[in-house]
Design a protein around this ligand. Structure first.
Ligand code: ADP
Length: 235
């Protein structure tokens, strides 16, 4: 296939995926609104529940739209990165509170194994925070109750590598490359049910690469996953 035809194919797949993501929530919103109008609004057993379903599907549409806009900005090269020295302790500390709360709700243990004295990296603090929080959210999302999540960091000669390990469901080898693609999910139904958009890792990968870094995964089904990303030192 020529490059042009390949790109056209990628574009068509993307439009197909986006339409599919919008269709389910829109159908639900329309259906429940019509049911309410047809009389369910006066049914005290169901009216509130139907409105909650409408609200949840609208929230899902908002999440997908937000992620698509973020992705479009990044891919158009319009993401304005503001590089400053970013401290690793501060970066990880900034995600700790939210992560502890989410972990404790699922009885997952969360620990930080971050040595002191790590050199700062050259990065956009707010975007790096988004990347780390996204990887931590996934770790909790795909780890059953009672599991554990650990965040660690280590410095090399030119970069710092942050690792997020979980004792969760793991990712089959054949899917490990593909999870960084837009909308790719190992288990689409499970991801949607959990409120995932399937875009988080592709956004994270773009951001890390815009820093001159790398993002990768090692995983074994049933044992857990370890995501790592490296960011060049502030120097
Ligand atoms: P989602 O919104 O579906 O979580 P992501 O882009 O963040 O989208 O992740 C893509 C897919 O990669 C997920 O649907 C899931 O199948 C898989 N995945 C991501 N993180 C993990 C993890 N820590 N453990 C197991 N599977 C994961």
């Amino acid at each position: 296939m020529t490059e042009l035809r390949r790109l056209e194919r990628v574009r068509q797949d993307f439009v197909g995926n986006v339409s599919h993501e919008f269709k389910t929530p829109l159908t639900a919103i329309q259906g429940f609104a019509e049911t309410l109008l047809a009389g369910a609004i006066d049914d005290p057993k169901n009216n509130r529940r139907f409105l909650e379903i409408i609200r949840d599907h609208a929230a899902r549409l908002a999440r997908v739209t937000d992620d698509l806009l973020k992705l479009a900005r990044i891919e158009a090269g319009k993401l304005e990165l503001e590089f400053f020295p970013v401290g690793i302790q501060e970066l990880i500390g900034g995600c700790a509170e939210t992560t502890l709360l989410k972990a404790s709700r699922k009885q997952i243990s969360f620990s930080m194994e971050v040595p002191s004295g790590l050199p700062a990296v050259r990065g956009d603090a707010s975007l790096l925070h988004d990347v780390l929080q996204n990887l931590l959210d996934n770790a909790i999302q795909y780890t059953p109750r009672g599991g554990r999540v650990v965040v660690g960091a280590a410095a090399g000669p030119r970069e710092v590598t942050i690792t997020i390990s979980d004792s969760g469901i793991g990712i089959p080898l054949a899917d490990q490359e593909r999870i960084f693609e837009r909308f790719y999910r190992v288990d689409a139904a499970r991801s949607r049910e959990a409120g995932g958009t399937g875009l988080g890792l592709s956004i994270a990968k773009h951001i890390v690469e815009a820093h001159g870094g790398r993002l990768w995964v090692e995983s074994a089904v049933g044992q857990g996953s370890k995501f790592s990303f490296s960011i060049p030192l502030a120097g």
